[in-house]
Design a protein around this ligand. Structure first.
Ligand SMILES: [Zn+2]
Ligand SMILES: [Zn+2]
Length: 122
């Protein structure tokens, strides 16, 4: 591939613009965070792409944190409530009540998180 800037005087492209994929030679490529771009317009596009990728990653991590706590509460609640069915131990009213409380809190938390995410999208 040749550099798109010098079609009449071909220069071998050593890189491609990471936004519009044109060939770039040694002297035309503008180095950016993750590669090269061909112009200032593509530089700002490239920065926008980076920002978008970063925020996707951040929101994925955010989801994991938001749901981890309630999931843990629900798991412990199920273990406490279902202790007799799961392990054959005698019913312990205090544990069952604690388990129910944990289940209720866990599910309330999940619904609360879903509600917040739905109503306050950035
Ligand atoms: Zn470009
Ligand atoms: Zn060039």
């Amino acid at each position: 591939m040749n550099c798109h800037n010098h079609r009449e005087n071909p220069a071998i492209a050593i890189a491609t613009c990471r936004v519009c994929s044109v060939g770039l030679c040694d002297s035309c490529g503008i180095p950016v965070e993750k590669g090269f771009v061909c112009s200032d317009a593509c530089r700002s596009r490239s920065e926008a792409i980076n920002k978008m990728l970063d925020s996707q990653e951040a929101s994925f991590r955010g989801h994991f944190n938001w749901f981890f706590m309630p999931a843990l509460l629900v798991v412990i609640g199920v273990l406490l409530v279902g202790e007799r069915a799961l392990f054959g131990t005698p019913v312990n009213t205090v544990k069952v009540i604690m388990g129910i409380v944990l289940l209720v809190v866990g599910f309330a938390y999940v619904f609360y998180v879903i509600y917040i995410k739905r109503n306050f999208r950035p």
